[in-house]
Write a protein that binds this ligand. Structure first.
Ligand code: CAA
Length: 258
């Protein structure tokens, strides 16, 4: 497996565990982190033995934002001309699911990176925020859009305009995270959840991810139509025949990914 400077990557069964590893900078996201994340996720997506990824940070910080020291001296021409942060959209094109396992700070780009994942499991220590306004800027990795979709206008607007952090309980009430886990169990529980997904029929996993994401890009009627067509399509797979036969025969399904 490839070695990275800013990440640790390991495979646990069908789960790829990616740990952000810039402890001295609280996992601040610089260009090298992005390049390495894209490489690690491309390798995960291409590896048929891997069904789900977990992206995590440290106990203190999932990630404390984009690297302010890398950005501070840049001008408009470099930022716009280089499409700074544009590469993060490639990360969201990963076809297999990614769970964000967040403990400690998920601020600015850290919160945005967590929201690019398919769902967030939060440690009881997690803190989410978009503090960019305190630096006289705005979110730049999709935070204003994904946060507004996740928690609604009122809370997204308050968080972006004041930079106020929310704790795990408030994030769960707002629908930003799927559930809260004791910090000491976060990684194990996230890997267990990811393995549950990795054990499902692979084409059904891709289809479920694709159709839930379509809910944020389409009208209701288009989304329902898209769902139904994908559902119909799965009846052309061997795994659908196996899954329904296994249910009737009261045994676990054996998937071929076909
Ligand atoms: N970029 C670069 N370095 C960072 C960083 C960041 N986003 N966040 C923390 N660090 C560095 C600190 O500079 C410090 O380094 P030194 O030891 O060399 O001084 C080290 O990490 C430890 O940080 P602190 O000493 O500040 O730790 P703390 O426990 O006192 O505070 C914190 C923790 C509240 C998270 C604080 O570090 C903080 O406020 N960080 C910045 C948060 C922020 O503004 N994030 C948004 C960035 S902009 C962005 O993300 C744009 C976007 O939309 C993509």
């Amino acid at each position: 497996m490839a070695e990275y400077d800013t990440l640790m990557v390991e495979q646990r069964g069908g789960v790829t565990l990616i740990t952000l590893n810039r402890p001295k900078a609280l996992n601040a996201l610089n260009s090298q982190v992005l390049a390495e994340l894209l490489a690690a996720l491309a390798a995960f997506d291409a590896d048929a033995t891997q069904g789900c990824a977990v992206l995590t940070g440290s106990e203190k910080a999932f990630a404390a934002g984009a690297d302010i020291k890398e950005m501070s001296a840049q001008g408009f021409a470099e930022m716009y001309g280089g499409n700074f942060f544009g590469g993060y959209e490639r990360l969201t094109q990963t076809r297999k699911p990614i769970i964000a396992a967040v403990a400690g700070y998920a601020l600015g780009g850290g919160c945005e990176l967590a929201m690019m994942c398919d769902f967030i499991l939060a440690a009881d220590t997690a803190k989410f925020g978009q503090p960019e306004i305190k630096l006289a800027v705005t979110p730049g990795m999709g935070g204003s859009q994904r946060l507004a979709r996740a928690v609604g206008k009122a809370k997204a607007m308050e968080m972006c305009l004041t930079g106020r952090m929310i704790d795990a309980a408030e994030a769960e009430r707002a629908g930003l995270v799927s559930r809260i886990v004791p910090a000491a169990e976060l990684v194990e529980e996230s890997v267990r959840t990811a393995q549950t997904i990795a054990d499902m029929a692979p084409l059904a996993v891709l289809a479920n991810k694709e159709m839930v994401n379509a809910a944020f890009e389409t009208t209701l009627a288009q989304g329902v139509q898209f769902e139904r067509r994908l559902f119909h399509g799965l009846f052309g797979t061997a795994d659908q025949k196996e899954g329904m036969a296994a249910f009737v025969e009261k045994r676990p399904g054996q998937w071929t990914g076909k």
